[in-house]
Design a protein around this ligand. Structure first.
Ligand code: ATP
Length: 426
């Protein structure tokens, strides 16, 4: 008998991590049942407000002896009970069990949880319809992610190796040798990626919170991430590690939409024209984009750093393909830009003073007149339009690795351009 297990919402900013709970359960259950593949780390809608970090849920499937199912369920519920951070009001764990094959209805629910906002009651209804058993702790919001993680059609995937810390080190600064991470990355990139930020010279594999994760090593090749793990010199003990199969960096969250269709919490790819000049509030850069169905505010927020410089180069009338998540910013529906591609750029015209027609000298503005600095020749002010080259290329611009959403596919990976370029007719 196949048993699927989904777990979500066990963590809070104060600690814990659902992948840690999942990894312990996977290890424990692997003693009494046969795992079908690796455990799965499924990132769902990145724009929902309840998430702690990357809206991740965990699922795993086992081939089990039917008589062991009650014991297995007890093990899972025991771990969640023992480890979830129940103190935090935003931690509302949910556990789901499903026996047999995954019905298409559950797959549809899963994609809905990736693309839209769903409620707890809807998850309960779907669970009942597909015959899944669910356990809610507190509000039990976690059943949404648990159910969706079980039903997720993981067609494209990447891997993440998660190494965990000993309990006595939780909450202390993580100790990893920076040089060793750079060396390992140099060797493995791009099969393992996002290990370092080469521009800032920083290590990206270590998170900063109080959770049990020591490091996360991502890649498209399981062998390479294992070797990166071997090469990295950890200066504190690794408690244990687990490789997850995941929908991270697949761009699965992006769907083509018309601007008029965009709703709060959507993630989408749209094509439109830039309306008006960009403006800045604090260090965030904003502009507006429209197509024949509507208009949306677009933002490149401060953490996207140098990416904002490319956004500042856009001019009114430029046609672009833009990808990102829809959130409300100061009461206005806003597309948080993840990637963009300039489809058609308007010419950039600047008006320049002519050279002196008499001596070729430089002219100076004097009210309505121009006066030559060298020979004093005067003439009415008539400026010449000059086309300045646009310094934006026909390529996809993406936010830097530390500002990238978990689901967003880095351009360096195969298929990283696909979702955007599908919207361009070459
Ligand atoms: P981490 O990345 O460390 O695992 P997290 O960011 O996953 O943390 P959670 O603690 O899992 O955050 O909280 C996310 C909550 O949102 C869960 O309860 C999950 O069930 C719920 N959820 C997931 N997708 C949706 C959705 N599409 N609509 C509404 N709620 C959702």
């Amino acid at each position: 008998m196949i048993l699927h297990i989904g777990i979500d919402d066990t963590d809070s900013p104060n600690g814990m991590c659902t992948t840690y709970v999942g990894a312990l359960i996977y290890r424990e259950l692997s003693r009494i049942a046969d795992p079908i593949d690796l455990p799965r780390l499924i990132r769902l809608n990145p724009n929902v407000p309840y998430k702690t970090r990357g809206n991740g849920a965990v699922a795993m499937s086992f081939d089990v002896d039917e008589e062991l199912i009650p014991e297995i369920k007890d093990v899972v519920l025991f771990y969640v009970n023992q480890l979830a951070d129940f103190e935090h009001e935003n931690t509302n764990p949910g556990v789901v069990f499903l026996e047999g094959s995954v019905p298409s209805e559950l797959r549809d629910f899963s994609l809905k949880a990736l693309w839209e906002h769903v409620g707890i009651e809807e998850a309960e209804r779907v669970a009942r319809e597909v015959g899944a058993e669910y356990f809610k702790f507190k509000l039990g919001r976690g059943i949404i992610g648990s159910l969706a993680a079980i039903g997720y059609p993981l067609e494209g995937f990447t891997y993440e190796l998660l190494a965990y810390r000993r309990r006595e080190n939780w909450g202390t600064p993580r100790r990893v040798n920076t040089r060793s991470v750079f060396l390992a990355d140099k060797w493995a990139y791009p099969f393992s990626y996002d290990n370092v930020d080469p521009h800032k010279g920083t290590v990206l594999i270590t998170p900063h919170g109080k959770d049990p994760v020591l490091a996360g090593i991502r890649g498209i090749d399981k062998g390479r991430i294992l070797q990166v793990f071997e090469m990295v010199e950890f200066e504190e003990p690794v408690d244990f590690y687990q490789i997850y199969k995941t929908n991270q960096n697949t761009d699965d969250h992006l769907r083509p939409k018309k601007i008029g269709e965009l709703k709060l919490y959507d993630s989408a790819v749209v094509r439109g024209r830039v309306v008006g000049e960009y403006w800045e509030v604090g260090r965030h850069v904003f502009f507006e984009l429209e197509d024949e169905t509507g208009r949306i505010r677009v933002a490149a927020f401060e953490p996207t750093k140098k990416f904002r410089n490319y956004v500042r180069k856009l001019l009114p009338g430029d046609e672009i393909v833009a990808a990102g998540g829809i959130k409300e910013h100061k009461g206005v529906l806003t597309l948080n830009l993840e990637k963009f591609y300039p489809v058609k750029l308007v010419p950039r015209i600047e008006f320049k003073k002519p050279k002196c027609p008499r001596c070729g000298g430089t002219m100076k503005s004097k009210g309505d007149y121009l006066k030559c600095k060298r020979c004093g020749f005067r003439m009415p002010k008539k400026l010449i339009p000059v086309e300045i080259p646009r310094d934006l290329e026909k390529k996809i611009y993406e936010v830097p690795p530390d500002a990238r959403k978990h689901l967003s596919r880095p351009l360096v990976l195969p298929g990283g351009e696909e979702k955007i370029l599908q919207q361009v007719d070459f």
